[in-house]
Design a protein around this ligand. Structure first.
Ligand SMILES: NC(=O)C1=CN([C@@H]2O[C@H](COP(=O)(O)OP(=O)(O)OC[C@H]3O[C@@H](n4cnc5c(N)ncnc54)[C@H](OP(=O)(O)O)[C@@H]3O)[C@@H](O)[C@H]2O)C=CC1
Ligand SMILES: CC(=O)C(=O)O
Ligand SMILES: [Mg+2]
Length: 641
């Protein structure tokens, strides 16, 4: 992810976008060629925007835009290094221009091609003798790497090998991931990323992402400016308190933003250099980690209240100050006592998106809508029961209610009555209302208290059962048999991650429902044979949505997330399920088509953003799907002159 020896040029402060960098002279543009980056800076402590980096790709899109906070007087001399506007008490960053070659080129993951460097490149870039004589293609490298990965039987070893490749040769990493997406997604993402986070202290070799701890309070802007890439378009940030269903992993949660952003590039085509993984370290309440000598985070209990709020507020302001209005901040795996408040606080001032609340809602709504093709009826004909009433559960419930209300013109409050949630204390009912967290209150319907899930299933008689509890094996035989006795084709979504926390396995869902369940899970399960028939479980994971959703926001310059954009993403995803998928009982399309799916999601999201007046990249491209496709990062190697 780091690259220190690229061509670097200073340019005006601004905000990442898709228009061209007007500040570059013709000779600079020529000099930059196809594998160059332009780096800008501003004095530390400066109140102006920090800068933008743009990177050329084959599509020629460039990324410095028109939000100029420091216009250049025509004919004047440009303060390209931010040196002139710095006062004497301010420090400037000594950025330098350099060309990677020889040994440093081989060690630069952004530019390294290993044995794929051509003869000409080996001469031009002082690589003779630093590589064995053979020249091989990127295709052959992919074949070699997938064999290498397959050698490992332990998933964590595969994960380490993938991370190692990412640090050595970024384009090969992404080509490999894209070419073998169904095989490697479970390696770089759930379930293996969960184990990686649990063991991050001992497998940690290269620092990845940016760590912002309480120690950096008061100078977060400076910390952001230490990141080598300047044209950041997406940040995925966690504070590590609710990592998948594994709880508080503190600083070790970094595996999640790193993994999510790999998917942004692989599945959504957002350039890796535009992605910034961040972990905010306010301490951890995980006693095991606090006593682990390899733990590398702050060794104290989590800061809460004002201390937490102030750090997060400084972070959000610094992000906007450094990267501008269009930077997308994706909140990931925060505990629900912070997640809802952060989203509420920043949704009107920043481009923020909570993947666990909003992304999950969008993907599950799509799955439910497609499932209706298999079971019949409309959304209003179905009754939903959730195990788990936190971010994912109430987020999904809310979006299903919104879509149903829009489709039927029935008021939201009325629609909500068909949706029931169970939390750790039992069914959410009106007699509990006073003591409920705010996000549960809309779901407190009139009913006698019910403690056990199986009893709730028998009482509520849901057609759809959704697990968002983070508790493994909670959809017991009794629960699934109860669902199967009420429904010809029970829809059972076991969304909790990683696999150990899944409410049931695919085998349990199919066996206990005598092969009648429409089943999907958050982490993947292998196909199951039951009664002579093979059942292929789908994966209901927000990974279907956030990469395309983010691309849609970025390519349209959208400045705020609106619920209708989530509905647009969901609709696009559901529309990608084919008859062939339905015939296999699948309610999601295969991940092997993910780039096409992401382009459609991006286009639908962008179209809605333009319609709502939230998009700022004007004029609107005529064909948004083509535009999305042409905007995507491709991991093929570029030639170096
Ligand atoms: N597939 C996907 O794409 C996604 C999956 N997830 C997964 O969903 C799970 C939950 O995430 P999230 O909603 O953010 O977590 P939260 O902590 O916000 O919510 C968890 C909910 O589960 C309830 N719960 C906990 N234990 C039990 C139990 N034994 N019986 C009934 N309810 C219980 C909690 O109850 P109480 O409120 O009483 O504490 C709470 O309401 C995680 O495993 C996560 O990995 C999340 C996002 C996306
Ligand atoms: C998938 C995801 O975002 C989660 O489990 O938290
Ligand atoms: Mg998450």
């Amino acid at each position: 992810m780091f690259s220190s020896n690229a061509y670097s040029f200073m340019c005006k402060p601004g905000i990442g976008g898709w228009s061209s960098c007007s500040n570059l002279s013709a000779s600079q543009r020529k000099l930059l060629g196809s594998s160059s980056r332009i780096t800008c800076c501003a004095p530390t402590n400066s109140k102006s925007h920090g800068g933008v980096v743009m990177e050329n790709e084959t599509n020629g899109s460039s990324t410095v835009d028109d939000f100029d906070v420091n216009p250049i007087p025509s004919g004047g001399v440009r303060d390209v290094y931010g040196e002139d506007k710095a006062t004497e008490d301010q420090f400037v960053t000594p950025w330098s221009i350099s060309v990677a070659s020889g040994y440093s080129l081989l060690r630069d993951p952004h530019y390294n091609k290993g044995l794929a460097f051509t003869e000409k490149e080996r001469d031009a870039h002082y690589l003779r003798g630093l590589l064995p004589p053979s020249v091989i293609s990127q295709e052959t490298q992919v074949t070699k790497m997938i064999r290498h990965i397959r050698q490992y039987e332990v998933p964590l070893h595969k994960y380490i090998a993938m991370m190692d490749l990412q640090e050595r040769n970024e384009r090969l990493f992404y080509k490999l991931l894209l070419d073998h997406v169904e095989e490697l997604l479970p390696v770089v993402y759930t379930p293996t990323v969960g184990e990686a986070c649990q063991k991050y202290g001992s497998i940690f070799m290269h620092p990845q992402g940016l760590y912002i701890s309480l120690k950096e309070k008061g100078r977060i802007l400076e910390v952001l400016r230490n990141w080598p890439e300047k044209n950041i378009q997406v940040i995925v940030v966690t504070d590590g308190e609710r990592i998948l269903g594994l709880g508080d992993l503190g600083c070790q949660g970094m595996g999640i933003p790193v993994g999510k952003l790999s998917l942004y590039s692989a599945l959504g085509g957002v350039r890796p250099s535009a992605c910034l993984p961040i972990t905010i370290d306010v301490g951890t309440n995980n006693q095991k980690l606090l006593h682990d000598e390899l733990y590398f985070g702050l060794r104290h209990k989590r800061a809460t209240g004002q201390e937490y709020t102030e750090l997060l507020h400084e972070f959000m302001n610094a992000v906007k100050q450094n990267y501008g209005e269009r930077i997308l901040v994706q909140f990931e795996d925060f505990a629900n006592h912070n997640a809802f408040d952060l989203l509420e606080k920043y949704r009107s001032t920043h481009l923020v998106f909570n993947d666990d609340i909003q992304g999950t809602a969008s993907v599950v709504l799509a799955g439910v809508v497609s499932a209706l093709k298999l079971v019949g009826g409309d959304l209003t004909d179905h009754r939903f029961l959730f195990l788990g009433a936190g971010e994912a559960g109430t987020g999904i419930a809310e979006l299903i209610a919104l879509e149903t209300s829009k489709r039927t013109n029935v008021p939201l409050d009325e629609v909500r009555k068909n949706i029931w949630l169970v939390d750790s204390k039992g069914l959410i009912v009106s007699s509990r209302k006073e003591s409920l967290q705010h996000f549960k209150k809309p779901w407190a319907h009139e009913h006698e208290p019910v403690k056990e899930l199986v009893d709730a299933v028998k009482e509520i008689k849901p057609t759809v059962l959704i697990g968002t509890s983070g508790q493994g094996r909670t959809f017991t035989k009794d629960v699934i048999e109860a669902m199967a006795s009420i429904n010809e084709k029970p829809i059972i979504l076991s969304l909790s991650n990683p696999t150990s926390q899944s409410e049931c396995t695919a085998e349990e869902a199919y066996t206990w429902s005598q092969g009648r369940a429409i089943f999907a899970s958050g982490s993947p399960f292998a196909p199951v044979e039951y009664d002579g028939k093979v059942f292929v479980p789908g994966q209901a994971n927000n990974a279907y949505i956030f990469p395309g959703f983010g691309l849609g926001l970025i390519m349209s310059g959208t400045i705020r997330v609106h619920d209708d954009l989530l509905l647009a993403a969901s609709e696009a995803l559901a529309s990608q399920v084919t008859q062939k998928d339905y015939d296999k009982g699948l309610i999601y399309p295969p991940f092997s088509n993910i780039r096409k799916i992401s382009a459609r999601i991006a286009a639908n999201v962008a179209a809605k953003a333009y319609e709502l007046g939230l998009a700022t990249s004007l004029p609107q491209p005529k064909d948004l799907v083509k535009f999305a496709e042409s905007s995507m990062y491709t991991p093929l190697y570029r030639g170096y002159r």
